[in-house]
Design a protein around this ligand. Structure first.
Ligand code: G
Ligand code: G
Ligand code: MN
Ligand code: NA
Length: 253
């Protein structure tokens, strides 16, 4: 209860910010995008992990406001980087089940794009496979978001149970291979087989595939060898502050 009260005030008190994790092309090292990840630094509680305050926000209905803030901040940051000479191709923003299942996301997203002036195709919304499968009107909502012109990615792919027939109907562009399958490559042949299967599936459905949680060169080499050239993970960078993204990928001043 105390955490809930503190969280509700956290936005106004500037305790919340976004960190940005680089997404890169493995062979060239080129920055292809960033994933925006929420951070809460509470004077009372210290650094609170998103895995504890996001479920709380979902349960208490605060996720609507929090999610709206994330969208606005992410799009605003893209425009701000550009003003400083860094055009990050894309920003990925996570949508929680409570945001998604309520509908109305498309209108909210369109409003934020309008406000900030960010081109829709530079915003990628990430929805987990389980969120899609557990939302009755998921197809409708995904279609609505697609109509706004944003990109859609299925997060944590492989951990849910999407039927391929269903997947085929969804206007998504990207599959994110869950970190749990990448972690034990190349030691675990089952994980290798799963990763290869997802890469092949993406290819045959004309989707881009990005691997999450890439921490080592041998994992990157494996992915490249099997036709996946996009990755996110500590090998390329932890979630960084906006200034660190600028310092590392921006133009030399
Ligand atoms: O670094 P990491 O601990 O940030 O993220 C933990 C989890 O929290 C991940 O599953 C991530 O998708 C989720 N998460 C991080 N930021 C957001 C956000 O802005 N919205 C939602 N819904 N989930 C987020
Ligand atoms: O669920 P989602 O994929 O949105 O979560 C992103 C989470 O994964 C964040 O908590 C982020 O900090 C974490 N993460 C990103 N890259 C790595 C990595 O290479 N290794 C580990 N262990 N975690 C990572
Ligand atoms: Mn994600
Ligand atoms: Na994930």
């Amino acid at each position: 209860l105390r955490m809930e009260a503190l969280l509700r005030r956290a936005i106004d008190k500037d305790e919340i910010h976004l960190a940005y994790q680089p997404q890169v092309e493995i062979d060239s090292g080129r920055l292809i995008g960033v994933e925006a990840l929420l951070r809460w630094n509470s004077p009372e509680l210290g650094q609170v992990a998103p895995s504890s305050f996001i479920p709380l926000a979902e349960d208490t209905g605060f996720i609507g406001q929090l999610g709206q803030w994330v969208l606005q901040e992410a799009c605003r940051q893209m425009v701000a980087w550009e003003a400083r000479g860094l055009a990050v191709p894309k920003i990925a923003v996570n949508l929680s089940v409570r945001q998604f299942e309520r509908g109305g996301m498309a209108a909210a997203v369109a409003g934020v794009l309008q406000d900030t002036g960010l081109a829709p195709q530079r915003l990628q919304l990430e929805v987990t496979e389980s969120v899609i499968m557990n939302t009755g009107d998921a197809l409708q909502y995904v279609n609505d978001l697609h109509a706004v012109g944003v990109c859609l990615a299925i997060d944590d792919f492989g951990t849910g149970y999407s039927s391929l027939a269903y997947l085929k109907q969804l206007p998504v562009q990207t599959l994110k291979i869950d970190r749990s399958f990448i972690k034990d490559i190349p030691q675990d042949p089952d994980d290798e087989a799963i990763a290869i299967a997802i890469i092949q599936l993406g290819k045959s459905m004309n989707l881009s595939v990005i691997a999450e949680g890439v921490e080592r060169e041998d994992q990157a080499a494996f992915l490249l060898r099997h036709g996946c050239n996009l990755a996110q993970g500590y090998l390329y960078g932890k979630p960084l502050a906006h200034g660190e993204i600028l310092a590392r990928w921006g133009v030399e001043q």
